[in-house]
Design a protein around this ligand. Structure first.
Ligand code: FEO
Ligand code: CA
Ligand code: CA
Length: 631
C-alpha cells in the first residue's frame, strides 16, 4: 500500500539507543521450553474449527507428522515444507512453485452477486459510483474464508479493499465531482461474497443474500468504552458512516470477521486557509492534502476545517466487526481495541478462555499492542457481552535483554489520568497514551499472527528508512529490508511480561544475497496449525542477475527457520491477504495494485495486451494432486 511517509511519533521514546550489541547475545534467553504450549487452547477451540482450520487435527495430533519427529531434524523440515522452491521471478504474470498451480477469482469490478455485470478493465471507461457499490472493490488486502457447513468448496469470503489511487480508480489524478468521490469511496471498504469451487477446480462468486458491500458510506455503529463519547460525535449530528483503508484483518473464534482501518488520515484534508492540526490530529498524521484523494473538495465530511464535521476523523482508526453470515448486520467499531493505524489483529484464546489479540500500528516508530478480554469469551458471549468490548489494552515495551513488558493503557494509571479525561479519550488517542507510558517505537509493525503449534506470536516490521539509531528490537539503522519478530507471551498470553527474539532479519546477507529465499519488506504473515509461517512482501525485493524480484510469498518453518519461496506476483503489485479452506488444501492470497494501475506494466488478470487496466484480484493456490498448501 502507499504508506504514510511522515513520522508522527515525536514522543522521543528511545529507551534502548545504545543496545545494538545485545540483539544476538540474548538468544539463549528464549528457551523453547518456556514457550506456552498451545495444545490446551487448541482443544478449547475444537468447536470452532471452521475458524481455525486444522486446529482440531493439530490439537489431536492428526496432522502432526512433522512434530512427531521432534524439532530441528532434517526429516521434520522435509515433512513440513516439501515443495520445490521457486527461484527469482518477475514479469507481468505470476510465477509459482512447480508443485503448485493457481487461478484467479473476484478481481476489482466483479459483480457482488456474480451476475456477470462486471467491469473488466476497459481503459476507456470506469464503473459509475452506483455500479461500484455493487461490485468488488479495489485494493484487495486482508481477508478470511468462512465455510458454509464446513465445506472446502463453498463459503463466504470477506475481503478488505484497502486503497485505490485516483489515477487507477477514476482514470485521473483528482476528482472533478461528488460522483467521482463517491466512485472512489465505493471502491474502498469490504466485500463479502459467496464463492464456490467449480468442477474444473477454479472458483467463482455466486448470488447470496449475505453478499454485500460495506464502504465509506455504509451505516456503522460504535461499541465499547468510547461509544457515546463526545469525541465521536459531530456538531452536524450525522450518524456514523463507513470504514476506510481496510488493511489487514482478523477473525474471531465466534465466527466473525475483523477489518482494520489503517491510513485513514490520508482521506481527510482541507483547502481552508490557515488550518493547523491539533496535537492529536498531528499525532495521527492529518494534513491539508492527505494522500491526494481530495475527497474533502466535494464531501464536507472529509474537510478537516469544516466545523460541522469536527471529530469526524475520530470515527476512523478502529477495528470493525462484521458478521459474514448476516448481510443485514450493522458493522460494529470495537473501541476497546484502541484507535491507531491498525494493520491487523491476530485473535486467539488465552488463559481462562480469554480472547487475546495482537495488533500492529503501522507507522515508522509506532507500537505493537495487545488486548485481553475481561473474561472467558464464551461466558461473555452467553451474557450478551462482546469479548471485544470489555478488556484491557496494552502497548509493548521491548527490553534489550530479550524480555518485554505490556503497558496497560488505562485511565487508572496516574500519568494517563493526568493527561486524559476518561478511558474513551485514552482509547481515541491511544498513541499518545503509549507515548506517555514509554512503549518501544518500532520499524512499522505490520501483520501479527499467533502460531498455535508453538504458542508464539510473530510480527512483521516491514522497514524504516528513517531509523538513525538501532536498538535491540529494531537492530538495523536504517532498516531497509525489515525483520520479523517472535514474541513468547507469559502467563498463557494474558500476562504483563513477555520474551522476544528476532526470527529473521531480512537485511542479513544470508537473506539478501540468497536467490532461493531473498526477500525484503515482510508484511502479510500467517501461521498455520502445523508450524508453517507464510510471509508476504510489500516493497523493494532483491535483484539476482537480470531479475528484479517482484513481491512474493514465502513459506518458513517457524521452528527451524527454514524458508522457501512459493509464489511471485506480477510487476508493480504487492502480495497480501491470506485465507484457507478448512482442509487447507486451498489458499487464497491477493495481488494488490498490480502494475500500480499501469497497463504497460501488466494487464493482470487479463491476458497480456498492453492496454487492459490491471485489476487487484484474489489468487487461488492449490498443490498439484492435492495436499495442504505449504507442504
Ligand atoms: Fe496496509 Fe501497513 O499495510
Ligand atoms: Ca500491509
Ligand atoms: Ca506494507
Amino acid at each position: 500500500m502507499v504508506h504514510d511517509n511522515e513520522v508522527s511519533n515525536k514522543s522521543g521514546n528511545r529507551p534502548f539507543e545504545d543496545v545494538l550489541k545485545a540483539s544476538m547475545s540474548r538468544r539463549h534467553v528464549l528457551m523453547r521450553s518456556a514457550a506456552f504450549s498451545a495444545t490446551g487452547f487448541l482443544a478449547a477451540l475444537a468447536g470452532n474449527r471452521a475458524l481455525v482450520p486444522g486446529a482440531v487435527a493439530a490439537a489431536t495430533g492428526g496432522s502432526g507428522a512433522s512434530t512427531a519427529l521432534g524439532s530441528g531434524t532434517t526429516l521434520a523440515q522435509a515433512a513440513l515444507i516439501g515443495f520445490a522452491g521457486l527461484g527469482p521471478a518477475d514479469g507481468p504474470v505470476p510465477s509459482i512453485s512447480a508443485d503448485y498451480e493457481y487461478s484467479v477469482v473476484i478481481p476489482w469490478g466483479t459483480s457482488i452477486q456474480g451476475n456477470g455485470s462486471d467491469y473488466t478493465g476497459d481503459p476507456t471507461t470506469r464503473p459509475s459510483a452506483a455500479e461500484q457499490a455493487e461490485m468488488v472493490g479495489i485494493g484487495h488486502d486482508g481477508m478470511w474464508f468462512f465455510p458454509i457447513n464446513n465445506s472446502n468448496e463453498r463459503g463466504m469470503l470477506a475481503i478488505n479493499h484497502e486503497f485505490g489511487r485516483n489515477t487507477h480508480v477514476l482514470g485521473k489524478a483528482d476528482p472533478e465531482s461528488l460522483e467521482d468521490v463517491r466512485l472512489s469511496q465505493h471502491a474502498h471498504g469490504v466485500s463479502v461474497v459467496e464463492i464456490r469451487k467449480n468442477g474444473n477446480g477454479t472458483w467463482q462468486n455466486v448470488s447470496s443474500p449475505n453478499a454485500r458491500r460495506i464502504h465509506v458510506n455504509t451505516p456503522v455503529t460504535f461499541s465499547g468504552p468510547a461509544a457515546g463519547s463526545p469525541l465521536l460525535e459531530t456538531p452536524a449530528g450525522n450518524a456514523p458512516l463507513g470504514t476506510v483503508n481496510n488493511c489487514a484483518n482478523g477473525y474471531t473464534p465466534w465466527g466473525t470477521y475483523l477489518t482494520c482501518e489503517e491510513n485513514f488520515n490520508g482521506y481527510f484534508g482541507t483547502a481552508a486557509e490557515g488550518w493547523e492540526p491539533t496535537a492529536e490530529q498531528d499525532r495521527y498524521g492529518f494534513s491539508t492534502d492527505g494522500f491526494g484523494y481530495s475527497w474533502h473538495l466535494f464531501d464536507p465530511r472529509f474537510d478537516l476545517a469544516n466545523p460541522a464535521y469536527r471529530n469526524e476523523e475520530n470515527r476512523f482508526g478502529w477495528i470493525v466487526e462484521i458478521d459474514p453470515m448476516d448481510g443485514t448486520q450493522t458493522p460494529v467499531k470495537r473501541t476497546a481495541l484502541g484507535r491507531v493505524k491498525h494493520e491487523g489483529i491476530a485473535l486467539t484464546i488465552g488463559k481462562g478462555g480469554r480472547a487475546v489479540g495482537y495488533m500492529g500500528d503501522d507507522q515508522r516508530f509506532d507500537y505493537i499492542y495487545k488486548y485481553v478480554s475481561s473474561g472467558n469469551y464464551r461466558a461473555m458471549l452467553n451474557r450478551g457481552i462482546s469479548p471485544l468490548d470489555e478488556g484491557k489494552l496494552y502497548a509493548a515495551r521491548f527490553n534489550d535483554d530479550g524480555t518485554g513488558d505490556w503497558l496497560e493503557m488505562t485511565i487508572e494509571h496516574p500519568a494517563l489520568a493526568a493527561q486524559f479525561a476518561d478511558q474513551a479519550e485514552v482509547l481515541t488517542f491511544v498513541r499518545l497514551a503509549a507515548d506517555t507510558l514509554g512503549a518501544t517505537p518500532m520499524d512499522r509493525p505490520e501483520w501479527t499472527t499467533y502460531a498455535p503449534k508453538t504458542g508464539e506470536i510473530f510480527c512483521t516490521l516491514t522497514n524504516n528508512s528513517r531509523r538513525e539509531v538501532a536498538d535491540a528490537a529494531n537492530p538495523v539503522a536504517p532498516n531497509a529490508n525489515g525483520h520479523i519478530m517472535k514474541i513468547i507471551d507469559d502467563d498463557q498470553l494474558v500476562g504483563t511480561t513477555f520474551k522476544w527474539e528476532i526470527f529473521v532479519n531480512a537485511n542479513d546477507a544470508s537473506v539478501q544475497e540468497n536467490p532461493d529465499i531473498g526477500f525484503g519488506s515482510p508484511d502479510g504473515l500467517w501461521a498455520d496449525p502445523d508450524g508453517r509461517l507464510f510471509i508476504e512482501t510489500d516493497g523493494r525485493q532483491p535483484t539476482f542477475g537480470d531479475v528484479q524480484l517482484n513481491d512474493q510469498m514465502l513459506v518458513a518453518d517457524a521452528n527451524t527457520g527454514e524458508i522457501r519461496r512459493l509464489f511471485v506476483g506480477v510487476n508493480g503489485c504487492e502480495v497480501t491477504g491470506i485465507a484457507v479452506t478448512p482442509d487447507r488444501q486451498t489458499m487464497f492470497i491477493n495481488l494488490q495494485h498490480p502494475g500500480n494501475g499501469d497497463p504497460t506494466a501488466t494487464n493482470f488478470p487479463a491476458a497480456t495486451d498492453g492496454v487492459t487496466i490491471p485489476r487487484d484480484a484474489t489468487v487461488v493456490i492449490t498443490r498439484k494432486g492435492g495436499g495442504i498448501v505449504g507442504s
